[in-house]
Design a protein around this ligand. Structure first.
Ligand code: CTP
Length: 221
């Protein structure tokens, strides 16, 4: 129960960005990695709030699940709780863009092409990074090329304490399926690459690293 007394947020799953009452933009995230992490942290005694986009998964035992749909809703749910938290794990696949206008009525087809204007969403992880103080912040990076450089850049830009890198070049890694191949990179320059393993085994490694981070720092807030 080494995380007893810690309050941790975990974001997971995809966001859904509405176009009209029946259509949306989203991505292939299943939420499995975030749910596995939330469950593992709760097993170790943490109080966990799982801020989840739409998934087919049941909340792990002992975890409080907060359901959200859009990036904006996820942003609000995280920011409401982050000041009280000891840390956050940003595992969600948050849309970077959302339709600039949401039609209240179903869009009807016309003769020609349809152009949809998108606007940027708020970056939840970056905002948490700006206000983190002594809290733990863990980010994720899903990359197809220049993986380590891109992940390092993300970690620095968003003030993560460490980042979990998934390369889409590794077969068996990423959104689909029950396996993942992760590399953990920390702000001190440490790099640990792990073999292809189940998402629950990867969650154990991430939770181990989180525990170690807290045990090196007696006061977090
Ligand atoms: N993230 C977030 N809010 C967003 C976008 C991303 O919290 N609006 C978090 C993700 O949960 C993840 C990390 O930021 O922890 C990913 O960083 P990002 O640079 O946004 O990755 P990509 O979306 O893959 O960006 P890019 O298109 O630049 O590769």
């Amino acid at each position: 129960m080494s995380l007893a007394g810690k309050y941790l947020l975990v974001t997971a799953g995809p966001t859904i960005e509405p176009l009209d009452p029946v259509r949306f933009l989203s991505n292939h995230s299943t939420g499995k990695m975030g749910y596995a992490i939330a469950g593992e942290l709760a097993t170790r005694g943490a109080r966990v709030a799982l801020i989840s986009g739409r998934t087919n998964l049941a909340a792990p035992a002992g975890v409080e699940r907060i359901d959200v749909l859009s990036a904006e809703e996820m942003y609000r749910a995280v920011m409401e709780r982050f000041p009280q938290a000891d840390g956050a794990v940003m595992c969600a696949a948050v849309a970077d863009y959302t339709p600039a206008q949401v039609s209240t009525t179903k869009l009807k087809k016309g003769e020609g092409d349809l152009v949809i204007r998108l606007k940027r969403t708020k970056d939840i992880a970056a905002e948490a990074g700006r206000t983190k103080g002594g809290r733990l912040l863990v980010g994720f990076a899903l990359e197809t090329d220049h993986e380590r450089d891109n992940a390092l850049d993300k970690m620095r830009r968003k003030h993560f304490d460490f980042i979990v890198l998934n390369s889409l070049r590794d077969p068996g890694a990423g959104f689909a399926g029950d396996t993942n191949k992760i590399t953990l990179m920390d702000a001190q320059g440490g790099i640990d690459e792990y073999p292809l393993e189940t998402k629950s085994a990867a969650a154990v490694r991430i939770a181990d690293r989180i525990e170690r981070w807290f045990s090196d720092r007696p006061a977090t807030r």
